[in-house]
Design a protein around this ligand. Structure first.
Ligand code: 2DT
Ligand code: MG
Length: 217
């Protein structure tokens, strides 16, 4: 591929559990692939790698971890994937990521651990590729709970989710350089998908993608 061809866009979808992230990522990926753009779905945590398996044991309750230690594992689970993500972007593939550093910082900071605030939690994300676009699917924790309730994994309680929702907004305020679009995830799947597609389309028309992407600060 010649260096003149555009790189792919790095898009992150964030939100609470039950906000529809995974479905919406898949819908966008399918839409892009069907309309002639290359797109690949990536999910964090990636539970298939050695770090991901440790994370999975923690989330499902079969292992305990110190709060800092599990935080670093989640971050390592992203860092270990970065070379392959950068290569796919360079190859012209749009990468649609289901959760990224933003979830990484806020879920850890939402714990009742006075030594683990947003500043500490964000520090190990600095230097990772900065997404070109972040779509935040906003949903109240009450509405999320009405959608069939939470599952049985760690963090899936209404108290934790409402803290996480507030911390996402605190974090976004600290990151004015992030290209953020908040989307009301309380509408129907089709309406949310349409808004995401329109937002992505508008973004791509105007995008001047640096190569490689900028870094999170
Ligand atoms: P899923 O339900 O999306 O599989 O996530 N989490 C996620 C963190 O605490 N830190 C992170 O860095 C990431 C990516 C959010 C499982 C849970 O893991 C949380 C919910
Ligand atoms: Mg979950």
């Amino acid at each position: 591929m010649s260096s003149a061809s555009p790189r792919g866009a790095l898009v992150v979808v964030e939100g609470l559990d039950r906000s529809g992230k995974s479905s919406q990522c898949q819908i966008l990926v399918d839409h892009l692939n069907q309309s002639g753009s290359k797109a690949q779905y990536v999910k964090f945590p990636d539970r298939s790698t050695p770090t991901g398996k440790m994370i999975n044991s923690y989330l499902t309750g079969s292992a305990q971890q110190d709060d800092h230690s599990i935080h670093l594992l989640f971050s390592a689970n992203r860092w270990e994937a970065i070379q392959s993500i950068l290569q796919m972007l360079e190859f012209g593939m749009n990468i649609i990521i289901d959760r990224y550093s933003f979830s990484g910082a806020v879920y850890s900071a939402a714990k009742d651990n006075p030594n683990l605030g947003l500043d500490w939690a964000w520090a190990c994300e600095v230097g990772l590729p900065k997404p070109d676009l972040v779509l935040f699917l906003d949903l109240s924790s009450e509405e999320a709970a009405r959608r069939g309730g939470y599952g049985e994994e760690r963090y899936e309680t209404q108290q934790m989710q409402s803290r996480v929702r507030a911390l996402f907004q605190d974090l976004f305020k600290r990151l004015p350089n992030v290209n953020l679009k908040q989307i009301n995830a309380g509408c129907s799947i089709d309406d949310v998908a349409t808004e995401i597609r329109t937002t992505f389309g508008r973004f791509v028309e105007q995008a001047k993608l640096e190569r490689p992407p900028e870094k999170l600060q």
